[in-house]
Design a protein around this ligand. Sequence first.
Ligand SMILES: Cc1cc2nc3c(=O)[nH]c(=O)nc-3n(C[C@H](O)[C@H](O)[C@H](O)COP(=O)(O)OP(=O)(O)OC[C@H]3O[C@@H](n4cnc5c(N)ncnc54)[C@H](O)[C@@H]3O)c2cc1C
Ligand SMILES: Cc1ncc(C[n+]2csc(CCOP(=O)(O)OP(=O)(O)O)c2C)c(N)n1
Ligand SMILES: [Mg+2]
Length: 574
Amino acid sequence: MAKRVADLLVDVLADAGVSRLYGVSGDSLNGITDSIRVRPDMQWVHVRHEETAAFAAGAEAHLTGGLAVCAGSCGPGNLHLINGLYDCQRNRVPVLAIAAQIPSTEIGSGYFQETDPVHLFAQCSHYCELISQPEQMPRVLEIAMQTAISKRGVSVIALPGDIALRDAVESGPRLRFSEPKPTVCPSDDEIKLLAEVLNRSKKITILAGAGCAGAHAELIELAGKLNAPIVHAMRGKEFVEYGNPFDVGMTGLLGFSSGYYAMMNCDLLLIIGTDFPYQQFFPKDATIVQIDVRGEQLGRRSKVDFGFVGDTKTTLRALLPHLSQNQFDSHLNKSVEHYQKTRKGLDDLATANSGKGLIHPQYLTSVVDKLAAEDAIFTCDVGSPTVWAARYLKMNGKRRLLGSFNHGSMANALPQAIGAQVSHPGRQVISMSGDGGFAMLMGDLLTLRQHQLPVKLIVFRNDSLAFVELEMKAAGIVDFGTDLHNPDFTKIAEGAGLLGLKAEEPDQVEPMIAEALKYDGPALVEVPVSRQELSMPPTITLEQAKGFSLFMLRAVLSGRGDEIIDLARVNLFR
Ligand SMILES: Cc1cc2nc3c(=O)[nH]c(=O)nc-3n(C[C@H](O)[C@H](O)[C@H](O)COP(=O)(O)OP(=O)(O)OC[C@H]3O[C@@H](n4cnc5c(N)ncnc54)[C@H](O)[C@@H]3O)c2cc1C
Ligand SMILES: Cc1ncc(C[n+]2csc(CCOP(=O)(O)OP(=O)(O)O)c2C)c(N)n1
Ligand SMILES: [Mg+2]
């Protein structure tokens, strides 16, 4: 039988090392799923919502560094991909989305399920094109793949179902090279200038992010030469925090006060491989130096006095021989001491409450951290699970941590856990899910059983959209629309073929997490956690403090004094 366009598409993907597609099938995708069906080297990961497919592909790409692929059928099928694809694009992970399209002869007529994918996906992709002729395959597909890989982000091809079923014109892939991995280094003069600026400064702080991946040794050596505390941005946590005697934690709304002060008290801030987004947490008077592999990132979040384009590893390797040892160490020592105090303060909050009563989410997370494997992969939902992951999960260079940190979408944790587990079958994968986030894409609980994925889901059940509730309180608004009338999640899990456990008292937390982690299959542990655990910023601005007291006042006025007592009980008297 002649090769069809769909067969050629799958050939090209397989040739590039892709071994699976995440998606939900549909008429317009029939050609592609039919080609996959007969190939032992290509897996169709059938999920229950296309948004899950995109998040899962993003998780796979994040963990492997390689291209991952998702697909949706025409109209609503591929429209469902969109939120997950935004997340992939913002995370800078290489993902190809196949957006099947209505029959090519109907385009432009307002046909059944007609949408315009090229318009729809323009904002969340680097490349998005319609394939309207068999002659375009594989060239357009290869441009899409190449763009996703080299620009680190999303490419979309819109492929009408009828074109996918037409005979292919070309016979196989045109690109036969392995992925180029260039090094990027500032010029010699720039390296000299960078060294000069650093050598003449005393109180230096480094802000390091995900762009420091793979350059841990160089980063630590740099901090040693500069006597500089290292603050990390959230996406840099998995690459920067471990084995790091210069670590002073995070800054930002959910950061540590030590991270905040280390940045605010320096004379020179050296920003490396981070796009930490919050302007108000950058020092105003310090000299600011930034290194990023993308020139367009320089100066995006703060003023910059010296900007350099280079990848972290290459740049630091070139820089280190030009640096003299900074003799001034009191900034580093003070910052590290401050961190130890802050860390202790946070650890003191992670208590079990003598076995009875409210379960603190901090405690739950520290138990998960303690019992998880050396090389566990964690995902955390946007909302307070992100706070607990940032503060209580310990990274070690082998563990991984994924979230929707840049796009900030709820419901990311379960779908990302699916992608992590499918692509890493032997690894322990733990999803820290909010009760709101989990419910949002709960249908994909069924995917865990269908694909025999032993993901462990920890549901932080606070019966609310707690993070938003906190934001409302901080803004001086009486919280509204944040209550969750939850089902018994363990029964839902059991109905879906998972092990379902509920830890209702603090002393049940550890044995149940242990049981779930040991269990040979997917498991859900529902843990009712206290609702109003404050995760306040390291400095509370007057504005925010005002918000709080205003909330108290308004809550009393609206007859909700009980809640203030609850808030006080959890946070003040523990
Ligand atoms: C509810 C919520 C609250 C949050 N609160 C905080 C908070 O308080 N504090 C916090 O830190 N984050 C917080 N975040 C996360 C925050 O939004 C950002 O996602 C995070 O700070 C970005 O981390 P990053 O800079 O390490 O990664 P990215 O944003 O991915 O930036 C990486 C940078 O490195 C560059 N780069 C990539 N590769 C290289 C290389 N090889 N060499 C050099 N440069 C390279 C990239 O061009 C990019 O500029 C929160 C998120 C959520 C959902
Ligand atoms: C798709 C989406 N909808 C709404 C929001 C706004 N939002 C941010 S966090 C959050 C609450 C999350 O609730 P839950 O998952 O229960 O976590 P909690 O904060 O309660 O621990 C909401 C509604 C969002 N980020 N994403
Ligand atoms: Mg909740």
